[in-house]
Design a protein around this ligand. Structure first.
Ligand SMILES: Cc1cc2nc3c(=O)[nH]c(=O)nc-3n(C[C@H](O)[C@H](O)[C@H](O)COP(=O)(O)O)c2cc1C
Length: 266
């Protein structure tokens, strides 16, 4: 079938999901590609519309084995019309549980025809120099895999005469979805004297939880513990305080050292 354009939608506070999506895009190799980054609050004000002759790729990180709640909320306004869709989850080498199934079911409920799905590994948001988990992922091998997956998607689309002739995809997972997607409300970020008050942390926060005038002030009710502010601080002034998140970082480092590999489903 002829695809007029490809819409690649991603939520990616620390950039690993974005890197995977870009790899997939290279493999799809379509002349008209629109990258739709929904990481920042303003970008989630507009609902997404997609038609039958477009391909929609939706990629999210796994939070607590699930699709991040704020992405789920945004997806409720998705308006698709028999749009072929590819769902991608990126997880920190622990588990992705039912996130891929949840994402696939959700886009289907809003008019998409899921034709492929994949799970990739990205450096864990809680990873740091002392307790790294999945450090450097996605790496070259992962990105090569993502390109190959993109080519597979393109071949599947080319093999059908129309969207209605495409076979649907089965992805792993259970329904009712396991786990509790509720995030921790926790005071876990320490800001050192190295902070130059440049405002980068406030600008990259996906939920506007950091006060732009005083970046030591964090709205803990809003914070989703994504760690974008820690990763993107140009002065490395933001670190984890001892407590729940730092302990989780240590635990993940100890328990999930064994390399997991990407998986795809078509
Ligand atoms: C609140 C939170 C919960 C997470 N839960 C999981 C999880 O259940 N399983 C897992 O393997 N990784 C988990 N991660 C790690 C992220 O899925 C992973 O690091 C991902 O690559 C981050 O994507 P990004 O770089 O696009 O932000 C979690 C991260 C955060 C911040």
């Amino acid at each position: 079938m002829n695809i007029a354009s490809v819409k690649l939608v991603y939520f990616s506070p620390t950039g690993t999901t974005k890197a995977v999506v870009q790899g997939i895009a290279r493999g799809i190799n379509h002349s008209t590609v629109e990258l739709i980054d929904i990481t920042l609050p303003d970008a989630r004000k507009e609902p997404l519309k997609a038609s039958e002759d477009e391909l929609l790729v939706v990629a999210v990180p796994v939070y607590m084995g699930r699709v991040p709640a704020l992405v789920m909320e945004w997806l409720q306004a998705l308006q698709a019309h028999h749009t072929p869709a590819v769902c991608v989850v990126v997880y920190g080498n622990r588990v992705y549980d039912d996130a891929l199934l949840e994402l696939t079911n959700t886009v289907m409920e809003h008019g998409c025809l899921p034709v492929a799905g994949a799970a990739y590994i990205g450096e864990h948001s809680f990873s740091n120099a002392e307790t790294p988990t999945a450090q450097g992922r996605p790496d070259e091998d992962d990105l090569r895999h993502a390109e190959m997956f993109g080519r597979t998607i393109r071949e599947k689309l080319q093999s059908a005469s129309s969207a209605s002739r495409l076979s649907g995809v089965q992805v792993p997972g259970e329904y009712p979805y396991r786990g509790d997607p509720t995030l921790w409300t926790v005071d876990f970020i320490a800001v050192s004297d190295a902070c130059s008050h440049c405002g980068v942390c406030a600008a990259v926060c996906p939920v506007g939880a950091i006060d732009a005038d005083d970046c030591t002030v964090i709205d803990q009710e809003r914070c989703i513990t994504c760690c974008a502010c820690i990763r993107k601080c140009p002065e490395n002034a933001r670190t984890m305080k001892p407590g729940l998140v730092k302990d989780a970082s240590k635990r993940l480092h100890t328990l999930y050292q064994e390399r997991k590999d990407p998986e795809y489903f078509v």
